[in-house]
Design a protein around this ligand. Structure first.
Ligand code: GRF
Length: 227
């Protein structure tokens, strides 16, 4: 298995042994991963991050994981002949770490059927627009160029189409006329960090049910989608 392990310490938190085991896939900065780790540390999310995997060796997400003593793996795409083979290797790691729910937190790579089928309705992606508007790359730029007055973020289950699966939650932010991509991104990111741990907690509590394109949230008293 071509991989590089930055840290292999296991969390010593015994109370989390029985809680939901998350696998986080991330390619970059990892601020959403950080929001998950902090929510767990503050007792707001009953889960543990079992493993963080990146397709980028230099991903800051790997450093953040190591800081929290979470196993952090770099799986090098150049060692695989196809995206399916790559995902098979990722799948093997996720299984090895007993991952129950996968979070795509800034994972800049399309996941294939191999992973999606094995984790059907158990992969959550966060996207920085109000889907179905502005899927794909450069969502903030797309929103600014289109001239929308409101944008935001979307948490959804992953299916075979990019940024398409059943929507769990969305949060909206205003778009101002003189916004730069950075300013809009920052405003949306604050909502991502707030919403992601809440959605994961709902999942951990077994309150999310997928029916076709719809996600039903049971006894939802806590999820705030606006400030
Ligand atoms: C976030 O804006 C997320 O919505 C998108 O990629 C960005 C990742 O940021 N999918 P970070 O790596 O979590 O800081």
């Amino acid at each position: 298995m071509p991989r590089e392990e930055r840290s292999s310490f296991k969390s010593s938190d015994k109370s989390s042994e029985a809680s939901l085991r998350l696998g986080v896939l991330a390619s970059g900065r990892g601020s959403n991963l950080q929001s998950i780790l902090e929510a767990i540390a503050h007792g707001e999310l009953s889960a543990r991050v079992a493993v963080v995997i990146s397709n980028k060796k230099e991903a800051q997400a790997l450093e953040r994981a190591a800081r929290y003593q979470v196993p952090a793996l770099f799986v090098d795409p150049s060692h695989f002949r196809s995206r399916e083979e790559y995902d098979a290797a990722i799948l093997q790691q996720l299984k090895e770490y007993g991952v129950e729910l996968v979070v795509l937190a800034g994972y800049m790579r399309l996941v294939t059927h191999t992973l999606i089928e094995a984790y059907r309705d158990r992969i959550i992606n966060i996207h920085p627009s109000l889907l179905p508007a502005f899927p794909g790359m450069h969502a903030h730029r797309q929103a600014l160029e289109y001239g929308v007055r409101v944008s935001g973020c979307t948490l959804h289950f992953v299916d075979e189409e990019m940024d398409h699966g059943p929507i769990i939650a969305q949060a909206a932010v205003p778009v101002f006329e003189d916004d730069t991509e950075e300013q809009l991104s920052e405003r949306i990111l604050a909502e991502e960090h707030r919403l992601l741990p809440q959605v994961l907690q709902l999942y951990a509590e077994g309150k999310l049910k997928v029916e076709g394109r719809k996600v039903h949230i049971r006894e939802n008293t806590s999820l705030r989608t606006t400030r």
